[in-house]
Design a binder for this molecule. Structure first.
Ligand code: SBS
Ligand code: ZN
Length: 256
């Protein structure tokens, strides 16, 4: 059977065949954030992201995205605050991007796409034993989404891009130590938050989403470097984003 991907025959519009939650789910992601319809919630705590560069381990091309994995055996790099109680441990971050600069993000803001979107994936280490157990729980994961907007070249991103040569092909991995993911965050952590899902199969409805209002910049040349990575069968890795899904009555809250 054709493993899921982003091609015309195995892409987002066909995922429901193997993962019925794609169609039947009540909290699917991503969504188009219509700012006028969001609700400001003054009870939302500030988002606290404490990352230790010593926890970064490897960079990998997993055939769907480029992903940096972290040592999540202790609470070295954690997310606290925002809508969640407790502490969520950083497991990995990865990206979604387009074949051109006009598209590529998964979440939209008032219908507008960004060139790319960074996802920092954390799991509820106070309630669950590991990420796989957390991933099947409604409060198991907390993902922070950061938009990448075309502008000045981003030096923090360049450190990552310089490692791409060793992971051009699908299912390749290389050491990637001492990387501080907070260098990829914008100065302001204002966010929208809503209950959603993984945006790739198995599309589990276990994610508390925190989408940052402020993008970071990326240059067109840097976007070209993302597109130099390969999917399977030597195809350029690009357009690895799911389109927006119905809100189905969900409220998106904001802390700003
Ligand atoms: C979670 C999957 C692995 N996928 C992810 O961890 C993941 C994380 C974040 C995103 S995104 N783009 O939304 O930020 C997407 C996928 C493993 N796995 C596969 C089957 C499965 C069944 C139970 C538990 C884990 C399972
Ligand atoms: Zn993602």
């Amino acid at each position: 059977s054709s493993h899921w991907g982003y091609d015309v025959d195995n892409g987002p519009s066909s995922w429901h065949q193997s993962f019925p939650v794609a169609k039947d789910g009540s909290r699917q992601s991503p969504v188009d954030i219509r700012n006028e319809e969001t609700e400001r919630d003054p009870t939302l705590q500030p988002l606290v992201l404490k990352y230790d560069p010593r926890s970064s381990k490897t960079i990998a091309n997993n055939g769907h995205s480029i992903q940096v994995d972290f040592d999540d055996t202790t609470d070295q790099s954690v997310l606290k605050g925002g809508p969640v109680t407790g502490s969520y441990r950083l497991r990995q971050f990865h990206f979604h991007w387009g074949s051109c600069d006009g598209r590529g993000s998964e979440h939209l803001v008032d219908g507008a796409s960004f060139a790319a979107e960074l996802h920092l994936v954390h799991w509820n280490s106070e309630k669950y034993a590991d990420v796989a157990n957390a991933a099947i729980e409604p409060d198991g994961l907390a993902v922070v989404g950061v938009f990448l907007k075309i502008g000045a070249a981003n030096p923090a991103l360049q450190k990552l891009l310089d490692a791409f040569d060793s992971v051009q092909k699908e299912n390749t991995k290389a050491d990637f130590k001492n990387f501080d993911p907070s260098t990829l965050l914008p100065p302001c952590l204002d966010f929208w938050t809503y209950l959603g899902s993984l945006t790739t199969p198995p599309l589990l409805e276990s994610v508390i989403w925190h989408v940052l209002k402020e993008p970071i910049t990326v240059s067109s040349g840097q976007m070209e470097q993302f597109r130099s990575l390969k999917f399977t069968a030597n195809k350029p890795m690009q357009d690895n984003f799911r389109p927006p899904q119905p809100l189905k009555g969900r409220k998106v809250r904001r802390n700003f």
